[in-house]
Design a protein around this ligand. Structure first.
Ligand code: LLP
Length: 386
């Protein structure tokens, strides 16, 4: 997190900007790699959470694989130095161009979401005279009990193959000679804080895996997705998520064959707490019933509150007095949804004060845009301030 010494350097930098604590990222990765190697689990970082090159470099140095959802994420990961043999390609709508990119890059495998997609990959692999490794993404129909916009594992969601379609898929796949079926893939959703959801996922994985084993198919790779949530309310006291309990659930509840390797695709839990959005107060606007704090950061820099009603912990780090007010903290964009928080108590805030939005390392900078032709938000790294 921003240390006092670093803060004095930051006051010179034009706001708003992302600040990345790369030491915290390294510490988080150390916990993940220690625990995952104890369990012999393979962890792929979900690049979609944050594809900033400096972040990817730190993650590459921790020897994680990557989970990509576009051809460009694959190309960027390879450029950063991730091994193609540790890249999985997921996504419900892979284009022909992206599939060809992945095949030519010789990635580890594709997580496939429909019969049609299997046919397309088979056809393209055939044209290139290759055999593609595929895992079937199965919709486990498990409620992740998270925000409805980031739930993926229910039958009403567009993701994955439904379990009742499996017979048809298996029949089909036998005739697709340019595919090699290597695994099963599941993902229930993101920002999952109720860990019992993962126990339920394990039960579904065991059931589905058993039906494959009964058919004489022991698939070597079982990918249980990502989604472990972070503490947005009290980040400073929970900087590193509880990976021990998380991996522990899978270790206790999955019933796999010895030769089956478990894979994870974690995004937010790895990078979420390592990023902060630093902004300044532009104006304080006192209405009859509300008191607005208008920041120089808005939904163009951090979209999560507008898209998912997400809450980020907010602090004014400039004011040192005891007086406080209840504020609506909003951005400068011409949209009513451009609001970070309504009715939060903050120290008395004035023009020029630094306001920090915590836990913005995941799905923050990646979702930035230039609506209203705003300047592109910049990033600052703790390593450069030492
Ligand atoms: N695997 C699959 C198949 C996914 O769809 C996702 C996230 C992940 C892994 C990584 O999930 P994570 O460990 O980061 O929760 N923009 C939203 C979150 C979208 C998540 C999309 N899929 C937000 O800001 O909350």
């Amino acid at each position: 997190m921003i240390r006092q010494r670093q803060l004095t350097q930051l006051t010179e930098i034009e706001t708003p900007f992302y600040f990345y604590d790369l030491d915290l990222l390294r510490e988080t990765l150390a916990v993940v790699t220690t625990l995952s190697s104890t369990h012999k689990y393979s962890v792929h970082y979900a690049v979609k959470a944050n594809c900033n090159s400096r972040i990817l470099e730190v993650i590459k140095n921790a020897n994680l694989g990557v989970d990509c959802v576009s051809g460009n994420e694959i190309l960027k990961s390879i450029e950063i130095g991730f091994k193609p043999s540790e890249i999985v390609f997921a996504g419900v709508g892979k284009t022909d161009k992206e599939i060809v990119t992945a095949l030519n890059a010789k990635i580890f495998g594709f997580n496939c979401e429909s019969i049609q997609e299997l046919e397309v990959i088979d056809g393209l692999a055939g044209q290139l005279d290759k055999v593609a490794n595929v895992s079937l993404r199965i919709n486990p129909n498990v409620d992740a009990k998270t925000h409805k916009n980031i739930t993926t594992g229910l039958e009403e969601n567009k993701f994955g193959i439904n379990s009742w379609e499996l017979n048809q898929v298996l029949e089909k796949i036998q005739n697709l000679k340019h595919l090699s079926l290597i695994g099963l893939h599941f993902h229930i959703g993101s920002q999952v804080t109720d860990l019992s959801r993962y126990k339920e996922l394990c039960t579904k994985v065991n059931d589905i895996n058993r039906t494959f084993i009964e058919r004489g198919l022991i698939l070597p790779h079982i990918n249980v997705g990502g989604g472990l949530g972070i503490d947005y309310q009290d980040p400073m006291n929970n900087l590193i998520p509880d990976f021990e309990s998380y991996f522990g659930i899978f270790s206790k509840s999955l019933e796999l064959q010895k030769q089956q390797q478990v894979h994870f695709e974690l995004g937010r839990s790895i990078v979420g707490q390592a990023g902060l959005l630093v902004s300044k107060v532009l104006y304080e606007k006192v209405g009859r019933t509300r008191r607005f704090l208008i920041l120089d950061a808005g939904m163009t820099e951090l979209m999560r509150p507008a898209l998912y009603q997400a809450i980020h912990h907010i602090e004014n780090i400039s004011y040192k007095g005891a007086e406080s007010f209840v504020y609506d903290v909003v951005g400068p964009i011409c949209e009513t949804t451009d609001a970070f928080a309504r009715g939060v108590t903050l120290p008395k805030s004035s023009r020029g004060d630094f306001v920090i939005l915590y836990s913005t390392g995941a799905y923050g900078e990646v979702l930035k845009n230039r609506y209203n032709l705003r300047d592109e938000v910049q990033a600052i790294y703790s390593d450069d301030l030492k």
